[in-house]
Design a binder for this molecule. Structure first.
Ligand SMILES: [Zn+2]
Ligand SMILES: [Zn+2]
Ligand SMILES: [Zn+2]
Length: 444
């Protein structure tokens, strides 16, 4: 059995953040790139969308996974992963079988795993923040949203019914009072869960990390979270002084103040008053160019997203390239809508195996990323790495090495030198160095 206790470092403490409620702050100086803390989830699960492609124990993507012969949903790298997962999958497996062919949503599966984890006496208790204290936001929720949650709560009851019917007594003693009804529990889980992503920042699952739920939001945060399997590593991306609140961003960095605020209000039930929201100069940069020129790009986005959902790559690439050609240099590359479409063209060209075209779009995004991501950010590092890989594949080896070096500078801060992705990147850089040495034999 793995040791799952989260040890809270001495350099972090819980406090009441003015206007925000509970928060986390530093008690010592931390420099940029420092690991602030790491934490394993109280409970986590692979999302249904990824259930066939990702190991349900270590969250690694693989093409050949063993399937659980009983529920036929869970999949594992090998029998070692399967065995290690069993204590967390045992009850779930029975619940899943009973519901077949229906499949509970990700949040219902996660909530059930939270219950089973709390019923397990081995579960840790040294969190700074307990589930009992987690906000459910039921009071400030719209009727429509509450209705949606009620349906999930009903599904949670149905899903766990048989496994928990004999355990009412235990549940009452093991779970905090505010979690006894399914609706409060599901509300807490959906408001506080984290999306778990892989090295390419693609969603693989969801998890609950009680102490990290204390981290408040800032649109220009001083920390970022990176995953290694299901473990979260929280690192400082700015220098932090003792007493400073530690913050992360709950939203996409690359979005307008109005859109960020709306998302935070809808999803997390607060209005952001951070510095970036109060003086939104960056919006001007994201909306650079004449409105009449970029409006068609903005309006096209919804349709393009639709094509993406249908995996209609050919038509999507044609549309993107047509739209981008129509505005050409009249809209600057840092314009948010132009950047989104250029990014989409990059993804699509990669899907279609059109490497030269992918590289052309990828290179176009880099100066814009540099402008918009003033602090080190995993999204920026991953973008550089993608472009570097294309350059490397197309044998633009010196360019590739240069791009990888830029990625490394960011990743040292956001991922740390020991992260597997940083290690992969260093291998790539080494390959490029060997290849350029062999290409210029005259120099030695
Ligand atoms: Zn595995
Ligand atoms: Zn199973
Ligand atoms: Zn803000």
């Amino acid at each position: 059995m793995e040791e799952k206790k989260a040890t809270m470092p001495q350099t972090v403490e819980r406090f009441v953040s003015p206007g925000k409620g509970n928060g986390l702050r530093a008690t010592a100086r931390m420099s940029r790139g420092q690991l602030v803390m790491s934490a394993e989830p109280l409970a986590s699960c692979v999302s249904n969308k990824q259930a066939r492609e990702v190991c349900h124990h270590c969250f690694t993507r693989s093409e050949t996974l063993l399937r659980c012969s009983q529920c036929k949903l869970a999949r594992y790298c090998n029998t070692t992963c399967q065995k290690q997962a069993w204590s967390e999958h045992k009850e779930e497996c029975k619940c899943l079988r009973r519901l077949l062919p229906r499949l509970p949503t990700d949040s219902v599966r996660l909530a059930a795993r939270v219950i089973f984890a709390l019923l397990n006496p081995k579960s840790r208790t040294d969190e700074l923040y307990t589930l009992d204290e987690h906000k459910s936001h039921l009071d400030s929720m719209s009727e429509q949203k509450k209705e949606g949650l009620s349906q999930l709560a009903a599904m949670l009851e149905l899903y766990t019914q048989q496994e928990l019917s004999n355990l009412t007594q235990e549940m009452t003693s093991a779970l905090p009072p505010s979690c006894h009804d399914a609706l409060s529990l599901i509300a807490k889980v959906t408001c506080n869960c984290f999306t778990i992503s892989d090295g390419e920042l693609q969603e693989v699952g969801v998890g609950l990390y009680p102490s990290l739920s204390l981290l408040n939001h800032d649109c220009r945060p001083n920390c970022v979270m990176v995953f290694e399997g299901t473990k979260i590593q929280l690192r400082a991306v700015q220098d932090v002084n003792p007493g400073d609140e530690l913050t992360i961003s709950y939203t996409e960095t690359l979005s307008l103040t109005e859109d960020r605020r709306k998302q935070l209000e809808d999803q997390y039930h607060f209005t952001c008053h951070c510095q970036r929201c109060e003086s939104p100069e960056e919006d001007g940069l994201m909306l650079s160019g004449e409105k009449a020129k970029w409006s068609p790009l903005k309006e096209a986005l919804l349709r393009l997203e639709g094509l993406k959902t249908q995996s209609n790559w050919k038509e999507l690439l044609e549309s993107c390239s047509h739209l981008l050609a129509a505005v050409s240099d009249e809209v600057p590359d840092e314009n948010l809508y132009k950047l989104r479409i250029t990014d989409m063209a990059l993804d699509t060209a990669v899907h279609l195996g059109l490497w030269e075209e992918a590289l052309r779009y990828g290179k176009k995004t880099l100066p814009a990323y540099r402008l918009h991501y003033s602090d080190p950010h995993p999204v920026h590092a991953v973008q550089l790495m993608r472009v570097g890989k294309l350059q490397h594949y197309l044998e633009h080896t010196e360019d590739a090495l240069d791009t990888f070096k830029q990625a490394f500078k960011i990743m040292k801060v956001t991922h740390g030198e020991d992260h597997p992705l940083t290690f992969d990147l260093q291998m790539k850089m080494e390959e490029c160095r060997c290849e350029t040495d062999h290409q210029s034999p005259g120099k030695h």
